[in-house]
Design a protein around this ligand. Sequence first.
Ligand code: ADP
Ligand code: MG
Length: 348
Amino acid sequence: MIEDKNQERTSLAQLGEFGLIRHLTQYFKSAQATTVKAVGDDAAVLQVTDQQMVVTTDLLVEGVHFDLSYMPLKHLGYKAVMVNLSDVYAMNATATQITVSMAVSNRFSLEALEELYAGIQLACQTYNVDLIGGDTTSSTKGMLLSVTAIGTAKKEDIVYRNGAKETDLIVVTGDLGAAYLGLQVLEREKQVFSVDPKNQPDLDNYTYLIERQLKPEARKDISGLLKELDVTPTAMIDISDGLSSEVMHLCEQSEKGCKIYEDKLPLDPQVISACEEFNLDSTMVALSGGEDYELLFTVPIADFDKIKANPNFSIIGHVTEKSQGMNLVTRANQEIELKAQGWNAMKE
Ligand code: ADP
Ligand code: MG
């Protein structure tokens, strides 16, 4: 499989903690004006500005959130940063800095951690954020990786989950369900590989799905796009656990209901064909798949014309009053209550 049969192996014990940190972070250069001191002192120093600051953190655990038998370490590093930047962008803020903390067992060599940090650095460069610190410790088993992201925004630009108004349009960026199906493909190939290691999988039909699982991109572009269109979202959230549960968070916090239309859910053609192959319902996958890292937001209905023609956006429904509940309108025009299943529920 994609597994890296790393030839060189420098044990972490040879370097010691300080040597390791210095080695892994030596090529990181700060680019943000607000970064005064990055890695190397007791704490990082940031310049306080007149903007508001957003802070978000995520903890990823080997065997729970990632499986290194098909997740290359470079991708893991990249994705761990994306997961956090996505939360910053969901506040309509600009991401500026990250910290990275990890616990690693002696199963990992220096070369393995270099791969991890190559992914982290690629993410930092691509998204223009500075690595300003972290913590490093050992674990008895496996890897734990925690990234914290910091961002800034003008007070009036920050978009919370609780601002949705009745009649607002509900909009999603990109398409849904591909990352979940990418995971299904990788899990299946892992099974095949465990039975017959010589079997070379043919993954051509699944390139988009696998890319969405292994190399997701956070929607840094959306804030600027909405500004250009002169649209201010009333509420926003990122889609990490599946559309259904995120729609419900947004509506609950806004004390509103909603109608989501099944035929409006954006699906990539590879999602549709993989659903047929895996005998999965594409609507279920779009609603509960998770790990899409797209943005879900609401806008006033007056902005319909500005949103409708843009290929980045799909209008999937509208906000209703709370008493109407949160419903999916099916292709057969039936209304069924939305359920927050999350991607775990789909395994049953
Ligand atoms: P302390 O003992 O004060 O916690 P550390 O030795 O853990 O200090 O960290 C020294 C410096 O290296 C700090 O700037 C810290 O933020 C940074 N650092 C530690 N671990 C990491 C890591 N995994 N990635 C990036 N920076 C790190
Ligand atoms: Mg420390």
